[in-house]
Design a protein around this ligand. Structure first.
Ligand SMILES: Nc1ncnc2c1ncn2[C@@H]1O[C@H](COP(=O)(O)OP(=O)(O)OP(=O)(O)O)[C@@H](O)[C@H]1O
Length: 244
């Protein structure tokens, strides 16, 4: 039986003011296998971003029974324990490595070139001088159509180019889990398809479990994502496990 890339059980997320503006989301069970591709769909405001922000360790849950991330083949990290102990820096550090996250908007820092921003993960991982890692980065930049724009700052990039630079940052190092919130928003149809196919190929080639939130279910489905609805204030997904 393959070990899951990410396991979540018994999570409750809540925002807003109790009885006034509160919004709650339950994740009874969410288990992603290596190489799995999941597209979370649902109407605006149903909680897709909240789900991704929790998984990206940016939102503290009201309750979490189990939250385990594969950080290496033989290493499972107890994130629920880290959250309970308030180890915030250690959690943030994971986003430079095994856990990639591309936010719905923003995600490109104003004072860096696109290259410096997108390759920060490579530098933090100590791979900036590694020719294989750099070649992988350049290849991804070309496939995302931003290879010619890497010396520009955020102000010099279009909205769609910013989105693709943020995606490049998310893909810049091999991940165990990659989360992308609306990866095709602001892109034309051809670019959107190319992005979905690239995310899908990353899952197939590198075993990354990729979970995206999207309003573009058709493109995601055509690229090989399993489309899963977030509905009635809850989301769950458990892949069929292959037992040898
Ligand atoms: N600080 C907050 N206080 C109260 N409600 C909030 C707060 N932040 C978010 N919400 C509510 O939480 C719900 C989920 O928001 P979320 O951004 O996750 O939706 P979404 O499914 O990603 O929507 P979209 O498709 O429009 O991006 C929304 O109904 C929103 O109004």
């Amino acid at each position: 039986m393959t070990a899951a890339a990410l396991e979540v059980e018994g999570v409750r997320l809540r925002v807003g003011e109790v009885g006034v503006s509160e919004f709650a989301l339950d994740l009874p069970i969410l288990r992603l296998q290596p190489g799995e591709r999941i597209a979370v769909v649902g109407p605006s405001g149903c909680g897709k971003s909240m789900l991704l922000e929790f998984l990206a360790l940016l939102m503290r849950p009201e309750r979490v029974d189990r939250f385990v991330l594969a950080t290496a083949d033989d290493d499972r990290r107890d994130l629920a324990g880290d959250i309970a102990a308030g180890r915030i820096d250690a959690l943030a550090h994971l986003r430079a490595g095994p856990l990639g996250y591309v936010p719905q908007s923003g995600g490109v820092l104003p004072f860096l070139t696109a290259r410096a921003h997108a390759s920060s993960g490579l530098r933090l991982a100590g791979h900036a001088g590694n020719p294989v890692a750099r070649a992988r980065f350049d290849r991804l930049a070309e496939r995302l159509g931003v290879g010619a724009h890497l010396d520009k700052t955020r102000e010099q990039l279009s909205g769609g180019q910013r989105k693709r630079v943020a995606l490049l940052a998310g893909m810049s190092v091999p991940r165990r889990v990659l989360l992308a919130d609306e990866p095709t928003t602001g892109l034309d149809a051809a670019s959107g398809t190319a992005v979905m196919e690239l995310l899908s190929r990353l899952a197939a080639d590198e075993g990354t479990a990729v979970l995206i939130a999207t309003h573009d279910a058709d493109t995601a489905y055509r690229a090989g994502f399993a489309v899963r609805p977030l509905e009635h204030g809850a989301f769950w997904h458990e892949a069929l496990q292959v037992v040898f």
